[in-house]
Design a protein around this ligand. Structure first.
Ligand SMILES: [Zn+2]
Length: 426
């Protein structure tokens, strides 16, 4: 068997085994603590809520485990004959051309999307449904998928044509030209998403008048953020989960609050959540994230540039044909082996950003409302309060809520006593 192919199979299998081991740790840890609310939360979380969070975490983790194994089987099917079969079939109809390359890559992505469909259905209509979070109807699910695929097609067709054309036209430096394209797309992405993509799925309305609005406007003025960038999103159409996010830079900057979060929170908590999102802006997290992405893309594309021109690449993957599209796919498959190494670093930076944004919110509105907002979010979303520390270190993009709350307490010890006495009265 060709060497690179053997290495690919071995490393993919090792990553899958490690991922399953982490999942097993998470499930065991959550189950171990299922019947006792952690002491710090005894006053604010009921045993029923705690058990629901544990069961929901376990159900999602089991599904994630099935997905991991499924993904391994699919990628093994590709490298152990699927690629040759698909390319051979397409090459028997079409002459070698850019069009053949683009069609081949689109076909592999499409087959991947169709193969992951059963797990998406299971997630939405079995797991989310069982815990009372799902509000998507089968019709809405189908429409969402069709829209999502149409958008993916509209973006990827010109991109793949441009990339494969650059591989021919610029030979040695195609990756640098592709990088320029990727950079342009990365900086345009928030605007494209906000103006063209997101409105296909949700309605965004400026936050309505009322107490939260007035208080938030004062907060926005104090933080030097324009009030027109504050939106409510009708997330309740699909799911009961509450959330908020910050997106864009320059003119497209906006803070988006899910209507589910607004409905469930007090004005104090909404103000704290907005302050947290503004913290992401004030600390330049979006811009730094883009710059980091640009540097990683440059490194990855430079590696692709070198790899794709190596005569041994395709034969050592057991691929019987020659085409830049095949070289690109081989590069993407190899990059998939590096992903599990990069992801924990990304999550580590993201967790650090969350602490900074929490701290910004604490300075703007005090620790009490931020703690109360975090408690509410984790309770309403059935997030576990007792994750496995190793699992959290690798997979969590946000620090576990108990640790965020502890940080807020430590930064403002006075508030802890106030919050605690309030909780004991409640
Ligand atoms: Zn955040």
């Amino acid at each position: 068997m060709p060497t690179l192919l053997v290495a690919f199979i071995v490393i993919s299998t090792v990553w899958t085994a490690l991922s399953l081991w982490l999942s097993a740790r998470q499930i065991a840890c959550v189950r171990r603590h299922r019947d006792a609310v952690p002491a710090d939360f005894a006053a604010s979380v009921t045993i029923e809520e705690h058990r629901k969070a544990a069961d929901y975490t376990v159900a999602r983790e089991r599904l994630a485990g099935v997905r991991t194994v499924w993904d391994l089987l699919v990628s093994l099917a590709w490298v152990l004959g699927g690629i040759n079969l698909l390319y051979g079939a397409l090459a028997s109809i079409l002459a070698p051309s850019l069009g053949l390359g683009v069609l081949f890559l689109l076909a592999t992505f499409a087959i991947g999307a169709v193969l992951s469909l059963p797990l998406d259905i299971w997630r939405t209509f079995v797991v989310e449904q069982a815990f009372g979070f799902n509000r998507t109807t089968p019709l809405m699910f189908v429409l969402d998928k069709v829209k999502g695929w149409a958008i993916a097609l509209a973006i990827s067709v010109p991109l793949l044509f441009a990339c494969l054309w650059a591989m021919r036209a610029f030979v040695g430096l195609w990756w640098l030209w592709t990088w320029f394209g990727v950079i342009a797309l990365m900086f345009a992405a928030p605007t494209i998403y906000v103006r063209l993509i997101a409105p296909q799925f949700n309605k965004f309305t400026p936050l309505q008048d009322g107490e939260p609005r007035a208080r938030i406007e004062t907060l926005l003025r104090r933080c030097g953020f324009r009030a027109s960038g504050l939106f409510s999103m009708d997330a309740s159409r699909r799911s009961a989960h509450g959330n908020a996010f910050f997106i864009g830079f320059g003119k497209t900057k906006r803070v988006v609050l899910f209507d589910t979060l607004i409905a469930a929170s007090t004005p104090d908590e909404i103000e704290a959540v907005v302050a947290h999102e503004l913290g992401h802006d004030r600390h330049g997290h979006v811009l730094f994230g883009l710059l980091r992405g640009a540097v990683i893309a440059l490194a990855v594309l430079a590696a692709f540039g070198w790899l794709s021109k190596q005569a041994w690449l395709l034969p050592s993957f057991g691929i019987a044909y020659r085409d830049d599209a095949l070289a690109l796919l081989a590069c993407l498959l190899l990059f998939g082996l590096v992903g599990p190494v990069l992801a924990p670093f990304g999550n580590w930076i993201s967790r650090r950003n969350e602490f900074q944004a929490d701290d910004y919110a604490r300075r703007q509105v005090a620790a009490g409302p931020m703690i109360s907002a975090l408690l509410r979010l984790s309770r309403d979303n059935a997030s576990t309060l007792t994750p496995d520390p190793v699992y959290a270190l690798v997979h969590y993009s946000h620090p576990p809520v108990p640790i965020r709350i502890r940080h807020l307490h430590e930064a403002e010890p006075k508030v802890m006593h106030e919050a605690e006495s309030k909780e004991s009265h409640a």
